[in-house]
Design a protein around this ligand. Structure first.
Ligand code: NAD
Ligand code: DAU
Length: 339
């Protein structure tokens, strides 16, 4: 089965995964017309999309997914929505939960309503494995109950509940992906891997919460984007797909690997106070996306090498981001060292 989508509204594509998704789509499906809608929050960056500016079949609209009139008019001109737009950083959600509730839940509702009104072919919500909450044992299949534990993950769970309600009540043609931890080029330097790499470049301490033992499933962003593309074009409507690699890595393991690749001493690692409500393990069952024909192409070792190299070669991209408000956030977040 292959769905033909000609005019796509991609919300939140000035961020990390969305911009990589646009890059992926431009090369694999150059005929698809892409409209990007992005509010350009601190995490949105036009530099991520500069190569597409002025190209046929691409346009950027600066705006908010909570803006009902704007979303309505853009939805009238498109056939499908892929929603990446969200507040995404767990630590920031502990400082300002309401921004997450507004964009992640209300913004998703505004998009669902417009997609329904204009009879869109598909609405794909980019969700997260964090909706399952901490997974002490085993792996989350798509059917297990949500147990979000942070304002971020609760907001993403809320977004999903709204979208599923639109599917049930109004027949919204919904697809959902629940991705694990992405890493790769263009990731804002607040998430673990770009914090570690950019700090290591500057010989700054690499902060690990508590003892660095929390486990994540790290997926290279291109692999995630390929999965979203495949679900968007091939999956039966009304389905949800976990997307991950099945490989588990601790924070300490990531920090050591970064330092080894860069030839820097492990003494740069510093254990800092824990994140409140820290989820110590996520683990998804990926049999459903695998059955759709998707598989991981980039191993963690290869992806991390490529990512380190990208940050080393692109200081003009990340250095301007690590200034002003960034350091205010950084000082507030990284509390006194423990141990
Ligand atoms: P990001 O923080 O890098 O980018 C988010 C983008 O959304 C930014 O460009 C920002 O300007 C935009 N945005 C925020 N509020 C908006 C609003 N009200 N209206 C319009 N645009 C708005 O995020 P990311 O890491 O690229 O994540 C993208 C999506 O994927 C999110 O929905 C996130 O929950 C989900 N996700 C992320 C990961 C991950 O590891 N990063 C994993 C699974 C799922
Ligand atoms: O699982 C998917 C989710 O992954 C996405 O939905 C989120 O948008 C994304 O932010 C990410 O959430 P995490 O909280 O897992 O990612 P983060 O990079 O913030 O943290 C990864 C792990 O590293 C986690 O156990 C906390 C730890 N950590 C993080 C930072 C920023 C540290 O030890 N030190 C740090 O400085």
């Amino acid at each position: 089965m292959s769905r033909s989508l000609k005019r796509l509204l991609v919300a939140g594509a000035a961020g990390f995964i969305g911009s990589n998704f646009v890059r992926h789509l431009r090369s694999t499906r150059p005929d698809v017309e892409i409209t990007v809608l992005d509010k350009l929050t601190y995490a949105g960056n036009l530099a991520n999309l500069v190569e597409f500016e002025g190209r046929p079949g691409y346009r950027f609209v600066h705006g908010d997914i909570c803006d009902v009139d704007l979303v309505d008019s853009l939805s009238a001109e498109t056939d499908a929505i892929v929603n990446f737009a969200a507040e995404t950083h767990v630590d920031r959600s502990l400082m300002d939960p309401f921004a997450f509730i507004e964009t992640d839940i209300r913004g998703t509702a505004v998009l669902c309503e417009a997609a329904r009104k204009h009879g869109h072919q598909v609405f794909l919500l980019v969700s997260t494995d964090e909706v399952y909450g901490e997974v002490r044992e085993g792996r989350s299949t798509e059917d297990v109950a949500f147990r979000p534990r942070s304002p971020y993950s609760a907001s993403k769970a809320g977004a999903e509940h709204i979208a599923w309600a639109y599917a049930e009540s109004f027949g919204l043609p919904l697809l959902v992906t629940r991705g694990s931890n992405n890493y790769g080029p263009y990731q804002y330097p607040e998430k673990l891997i770009p914090v570690l790499i950019t700090n290591a470049i500057d010989d700054m301490p690499l902060p690990l919460y508590n003892d660095g033992s929390a486990v994540r499933d790290y997926i290279f962003v291109e692999d995630h984007c390929r999965a979203i593309d495949q679900v968007l074009h091939e999956a039966p409507l009304g389905k949800v797909y976990n997307v991950g690699t099945g490989v588990e890595t601790t924070g300490l393991g990531v920090a050591q690997a970064v330092l080894d690749i860069m030839g820097k001493p492990r003494s740069l690692i510093q254990f800092v106070a824990d994140r409140p409500g820290h989820d110590y393990r996520y683990a998804v069952d990926i049999s459903r996306i695998t059955a759709l024909g998707w598989e991981q192409r980039v191993t963690f070792a290869e992806g991390l090498e490529r990512t380190v190299q990208w940050y080393v070669e692109h200081p003009e991209w990340w250095r301007p981001l690590k200034s002003g408000e960034y350091w205010e956030y950084y000082r507030r977040n990284y509390r006194p060292l423990v141990g």
